[in-house]
Ligand binder design. Structure first.
Ligand code: KET
Length: 399
């Protein structure tokens, strides 16, 4: 019966991570998937999360079903942390927010919504973007196109070309944007560039879909969400997917949110109920435990302050690893430019390494990057920095 089912060739990120875990090499370093490791090479359990878990355990509450849209305290917390305390749209109850299965679940739920209510619209994503953006939207039968973004020659953003493309899109097209720590390039728009993008969205009647997976890993929790707040203040209708996988180190608990900023409370109610229907069709209701952890931390002033400090420490660690790798490579290969490592932001650096160089790093040294050349800086630590820098220098050195 299932003879016609071909094997899935695998995913460029998740399958590589599995390969890494199975790899027999004695010395191996995972710089592939977006996982934050601490300075000892462990995936941390945040203290704020540990404290929240202790409180939840002490309450001994039953493991009941959540409603389709998820936990109410979690959804309110998403609105506060993503849109800020002073957001008019939130205050006017114009934002429909659901708890989702991570950022991926938010993107997929949003994609289903787009397909149902904007059947003729396509979505534009940056070139390049997170590989799974294309997969998620195409999987919901939405046409996916790209707009220019990365300029390898200058390690910059092709902003004029990006804007020129956005200016040609038909009204009601969707545009996927990342507000901070762009995956995979680490290159973010300036505030001035954001203002130009927002004006373009308004002038052409385009609908932004903002995907925020790294809030707090760039400049800070509020600064990183600046574009979302500017967009909301400008009165644009848009969608936001947000993930707590990285900034709470809660990857496997699948904590995320989808928010739709509408023009009235009634519109937001209608959107929320249709999203509930979408959830019921797909998985009925989201999981409870991760939502309890996040809501507990974000809803308590003391735990929030502790979490904010932990995010700041993760951000500082990533930045110090960027400098450390840049300095070592500069010493090993003088005359070559490695400043991109400190100019790019967030978890990833787009190294420009070519696929055969990435293959050599993996095969000869057990150092795993994505074949696109994306390197997860958050996998570096004092114990592997010299080793990785030497390995990179050796594959980059002129033969
Ligand atoms: N958006 C972006 C931009 C992103 O990089 C990820 C994950 C997600 C959404 C999904 O988040 P989650 O809450 O886990 O569903 N990116 C890393 C992991 C992955 O590929 O799944 C990565 O790029 O390595």
């Amino acid at each position: 019966m299932f003879h016609h089912v071909n094997a899935y060739p695998g995913d460029p990120i998740l399958s590589l991570f599995q390969d890494f875990q199975r790899a027999p090499q004695a010395r191996k370093v995972n710089l592939s998937i977006g996982l934050f490791y601490d300075e000892n090479g462990a995936i941390p359990v945040l203290e704020s999360v540990r404290n929240a878990a202790a409180r939840i355990a002490a309450q001994g509450a039953p493991h009941t079903y959540l409603p389709m849209e998820g936990s109410a305290p979690f959804r309110e917390a998403v609105q506060r942390v993503v849109f800020g305390e002073a957001c008019a749209a939130v205050r006017e109850r114009r934002v429909a927010t659901l708890q989702t299965l991570g950022g991926s679940g938010a993107l997929r739920l949003g994609a289903e919504f787009i397909k149902r209510y904007f059947p003729d619209s396509a979505i534009w994503i940056s070139d390049p973007s997170w590989d799974n953006h294309r997969v998620l939207f195409a999987g919901a039968q939405i046409e996916v196109h790209s707009y220019p973004y990365y300029d390898a020659a200058s390690n910059g953003i092709r902003f004029d070309a990006m804007l020129a493309t956005l200016e040609t899109l038909p009204a009601r097209s969707f545009v996927l944007l990342q507000p901070c720590c762009h995956n995979p390039t680490g290159l973010d728009l300036t505030r001035e560039q954001w203002r130009a993008v927002i004006a373009c969205m308004q002038a052409r009647g385009l609908i932004p879909f903002i995907d925020m997976a790294y809030q707090g890993f760039g400049d800070g929790l509020d600064d990183d969400a600046w574009a979302i707040r500017a967009m909301s203040d400008a009165g644009v209708a848009f969608l936001v997917s947000n993930s707590f996988s990285k900034n709470f180190s809660l990857y496997g608990e699948r904590c995320g949110g989808l928010s739709v900023v509408c023009s009235s409370e009634q519109e937001a109610t209608h959107v929320l109920t249709q999203m509930q229907a979408g959830v019921r069709r797909a998985y009925s209701s989201p999981p409870l435990f991760g939502a309890q952890l996040v809501a507990q931390v974000l809803g308590d002033a003391q735990l929030y302050a502790q979490w904010d400090a932990e995010v700041a420490a993760m951000r500082a660690r990533i930045k110090s690893m960027r400098t450390g790798l840049r300095d070592r490579l500069r010493d090993a290969l003088p005359g070559r430019a490695f400043d991109y490592l400190v100019e790019q932001r967030g978890m990833f650096s787009y190294t420009g390494l070519r696929a055969h160089e990435v293959d050599a790093l993996r095969e000869r040294f057990g150092v795993y990057l994505l074949r696109s050349g994306r390197l997860c800086v958050a996998g570096l630590n004092a114990g592997n920095l010299d080793y990785v820098a030497e390995a990179m220098a050796s594959v980059l050195a002129p033969q």
